[in-house]
Design a protein around this ligand. Structure first.
Ligand SMILES: [Ca+2]
Length: 198
């Protein structure tokens, strides 16, 4: 019974990735703590420092010093409030990244689902990507998983990236990359985990 219910739920999830949140909710209600949603630090981008940069999101110093800009600004939509804005400058068109790292102790073999809303600046055609990869604790990415989903189109859209936590992973690194002239906005970053089926 348990296996067949999970099978049905997984089928629904693969048919419509937009149902991921509902799927996680159903799974959470059915199996309690087996499925977990972790808190992404400032995943709503409502908190910024004195320079207007999002708290909790790392930007490599060389990119920052080259003029790559990561800031928090009002999204113009009430349901989003403030959002992340990444933009190139006249002197630097990227690639630029901003990311977080989350420890993976106790999560080997689990499936993860990363989601975020992204809006591209229609006045330019930059490449905006939501990325996820795993490191070995010594700043080296593991070959088992490294993937990204590229944003496109006009207006706010929700993007989803799924994968499995490889054995040996120390941290899940996730965030956004911008390449080329332009800017994009991102908001509502969520991260959930499900244990492997027994
Ligand atoms: Ca927000």
């Amino acid at each position: 019974m348990r296996g067949s219910l999970l099978g049905v739920l997984r089928g629904l999830s693969s048919v419509a990735t937009g149902m991921t949140a509902a799927y996680a909710l159903v799974l959470g209600l059915t199996y309690g703590s087996q499925s977990s949603q972790v808190t992404v630090l400032n995943g709503q981008f409502e908190m910024s420092d004195e320079l207007g940069r999002p708290l909790g999101w790392f930007v490599p110093a060389p990119q920052r010093e080259a003029g790559f800009e990561v800031a928090v600004a009002q999204s113009g939509m009430p349901e989003h409030g403030a959002c992340l804005v990444m933009s190139s400058s006249s002197t630097y068109e990227g690639p630029g990244v901003t990311l977080q790292a989350l420890p993976m102790e106790g999560r080997w073999g689990q499936e993860f689902t990363l989601t975020a809303w992204i809006k591209l600046d229609p006045s330019a055609s930059p490449t905006a990507t939501m990325w996820a990869w795993f490191d070995d604790g010594r700043h080296r990415s593991l070959p088992e998983f490294k993937d990204g989903v590229r944003a496109g189109g006009v207006g706010w859209k929700k993007y989803t990236l799924k994968g499995r936590v490889p054995i040996g992973a120390r941290n899940l690194c996730f965030g956004f990359e911008l390449a080329g002239k332009g800017k994009f906005c991102a908001d509502d970053v969520t991260l959930g985990f499900e244990p492997p089926l027994q």
